[in-house]
Design a protein around this ligand. Structure first.
Ligand SMILES: CC(C)(COP(=O)(O)OP(=O)(O)OC[C@H]1O[C@@H](n2cnc3c(N)ncnc32)[C@H](O)[C@@H]1OP(=O)(O)O)[C@@H](O)C(=O)NCCC(=O)NCCS
Length: 158
């Protein structure tokens, strides 16, 4: 399978949004869902967010294409940390690959391209958040040599 990784363009918005809907649906199986369940306003907000990842200098939206269609995406950014020896970290905000194209190295290719970009921007570490129940993603990240470094905790307030 020939997979091409490229920077996203504004016109990709609709296709990427439909993949993002699958990303969201996939996460609805996890207990933390209540905290991340989108509201009716998500569609509008999402477009703005997506365009931010395309246009802002410290952000990147990557697309994976195969068989002449978009099969995955990565949204990432550079976090600036003033006062730390490691001043810039590369953060993967979202990564998703269409179900029919999984386990073929697409996510790994997206991550590698993101790291290439991030290193040029001066990033010295890679970070991301993952649901504790997302075993598949956790396994993958372990294979990327990522280490667990903190627990995110939440409670819904009544
Ligand atoms: C997590 C996710 C992005 C992984 O995408 P993917 O393209 O399947 O990832 P890869 O193919 O790079 O790696 C997956 C596995 O396939 C293996 N693999 C990679 N290339 C392969 C190949 N050519 N042949 C067979 N297996 C391969 C990898 O080693 C990896 O194995 P591991 O899980 O045992 O470490 C995808 O499952 C997904 O979109 N999940 C839903 C959304 C999600 O959970 N996103 C992460 C939120 S934090």
């Amino acid at each position: 399978m020939n997979v091409e990784i490229r920077k996203a363009k504004e016109k990709d918005y609709k296709t990427v949004f439909s993949l993002d809907e699958k990303f969201v649906l996939y996460h609805s199986r996890f207990k933390v869902w209540k905290l991340f369940e989108p509201s009716d306003k998500m569609r509008k907000v999402w477009k703005k967010l997506f365009i931010g990842f395309i246009k802002k200098r410290n952000k990147l939206a990557l697309i994976a294409e195969a068989d002449n269609k978009i099969i995955g995406f990565l949204l990432g950014k550079i976090n600036k940390r003033r006062g730390f020896k490691i001043e810039k970290t590369a953060h993967i905000e979202k990564i998703f690959v269409d179900e029919n194209y999984r386990n073929k190295g697409v996510a790994t290719k997206l991550k590698n391209e993101f790291i290439k970009w991030a290193k040029k921007k001066g990033a010295k570490a890679l970070t991301l958040y993952v649901a504790v129940e997302n075993k598949k993603a956790l396994k993958l990240y372990k294979s990327w040599n990522l280490k667990k470094y903190c627990y995110g905790m939440y409670k819904l307030l009544k």
